[in-house]
Design a protein around this ligand. Structure first.
Ligand code: HAM
Length: 422
């Protein structure tokens, strides 16, 4: 039966769970436009080159985690492992390349072939934002403030914002030199991966999760002090603005992020209510070199993992959204009543009232049970006698009270309850 379960690291999401997902999505659609962001939908797959060039050939994501395939036309395509590269590909042909700002957000599935674990899936969902086209510390700070407002609105308390600066290209070499000199001295005590990282990619050592490396990393020299005065001032402005906005944060020199496109500010939000996969959102300022020999497309943004937000809400016991009012259940006693009810169902639904109707001949008791199963708010009963009188019985399922009313009275009553036009 394995073939007929969802593949490892993926899941079906059933209608009953949807109100929780809608809350995450609706809140994004309400908060982000307050800051001038509009929704952008890009394809779920792109040319593989977009991610290789965008995210960086050397990253774990590109080297080990992408779902890449050849289509029937021999093109190499990849299911998007994240949103930024595709969004930037879409914006390449807009005027962001002339320094005009473009603010977009996105909601959708992403795909990474990681080992599935609690909070780590192969198909997961992100909401993300990208502010493309301009560089300014104000934009970085505003982006983080918006992210924290989003999380607060979702009642995610206790989240911790960690920030750091990667500097710009010119800052990298002097910082790498200082780090390399230090790690070379400790190479014997480090894990095998980090031993090779010293020369190949020294930054990756900073976020190594191996216990042996952790202690060494903690004592690493302050590489940010080697950055240019301009880069350090940029970061100070970001921190000052966050303080002015009342956004709490912690500077974490070990935060480098796993994607190569970052420059200047990087940040992550972690939550203690989660296990090992404790990052609920992450982002930063970036430079993406998409077409060869082009100037970079720049921006700042973040993405939050929806599965992880739901896990935190569950751990914090955030109350589920109030369920919508249940439907009207039409109970028919006999064929003529059912024909009448089929037509009534169509009329009510076309006016925006949710209706469930039993289409087979069943006892009153069985139909009442079915009404309870779908959490009906009202049961409307029609039999031979009612048909003759031109009236139906409308039962309030919560209060248990019932009234015999005409069809037009029923229409106007339900219209008022469900707030549709009468
Ligand atoms: P990221 O840190 O790779 O950044 O992913 C953002 C969030 O997606 C993570 O904090 C986590 O909540 C969630 N996430 C990532 N991988 C998984 C997974 N396998 N299962 C469940 N959740 C996951 C980015 O994707 C960047 N594009 C963010 C960004 C936007 N930077 C600038 N703009």
């Amino acid at each position: 039966m394995a073939k007929f379960s969802p593949p490892p690291g993926t899941a079906d999401i059933f209608p009953e769970e949807m109100p929780l997902w809608y809350r995450l999505e609706d809140t994004a659609r309400r908060i982000f436009p307050l800051y001038g962001y509009g929704e952008l939908r890009t394809p779920v797959f792109e040319y593989t080159e977009v991610f290789k060039r965008g995210i960086g050939d050397e990253t774990e994501v590109v080297q080990k985690e992408m779902y890449t395939f050849e289509d029937r036309g021999g093109r190499s395509l990849t299911l998007r492992p994240e949103g930024t590269a595709g969004v930037m590909r879409a914006l390449l042909n807009t005027d962001v390349m002339n320094g005009n700002e473009k603010r977009v957000f996105y909601i959708g599935p992403m795909f990474r072939g990681e080992r599935p674990a609690a909070g780590r899936r192969r198909q997961f969902h992100q909401v993300g934002v990208e502010n493309a086209g301009r560089v300014a510390p104000e934009l970085d700070a505003e982006c983080m403030a918006m992210m924290m407002q989003y999380l607060e609105d979702l009642e995610i308390n206790g989240a911790k914002l960690l920030i750091n600066t990667r500097g710009v290209q010119a800052d990298r070499k002097p910082a790498e030199k200082v780090l390399r000199e230090y790690f070379r001295k400790h190479i014997a005590e480090m894990c095998d991966d980090c031993k090779t990282r010293v020369e190949r990619n020294v930054w990756r050592i900073l976020d190594c999760k191996q216990p042996g490396c952790g202690g060494i990393v903690k004592q690493a020299p302050d590489y940010v002090s080697t950055y240019t005065a301009e880069s350090r001032a940029y970061f100070d402005t970001v921190c000052g603005l966050l303080t002015a906005f009342g956004v709490d944060f912690e500077i974490d020199k070990q935060l480098v992020r796993g994607l190569d496109y970052y420059a200047h500010t990087v940040f992550e939000v972690i939550h203690p209510g989660l296990g090992a996969q404790n990052a609920i959102a992450g982002g930063g300022r970036y430079e993406l070199y998409l077409p060869e020999n082009s100037k970079p497309i720049i921006g700042v943004g973040f993405a939050a993992g929806l599965e992880r937000l739901l896990m935190v809400q569950e751990a914090l016991k955030v109350a589920a959204p109030a369920p919508a009012r249940g439907p009207v259940f039409l109970i028919s006693m006999g064929n003529a009543a059912r024909a009448f009810n089929m037509e009534l169902a169509h009329e009510l639904r076309s006016r925006g009232i949710p209706v469930v109707i039993e289409v087979e001949e069943k006892s009153m008791k069985a139909q009442m049970r079915a009404a309870n199963r779908v959490n009906a708010a009202f049961a409307v009963i029609c039999g031979g006698e009612e048909l003759e009188k031109g009236r139906v019985v409308c039962k309030d399922m919560r209060e248990g009270s019932q009234n015999e009313i005409s069809r037009s009275e029923l229409n106007s009553f339900l219209g008022k309850i469900y707030k549709t036009e009468v």
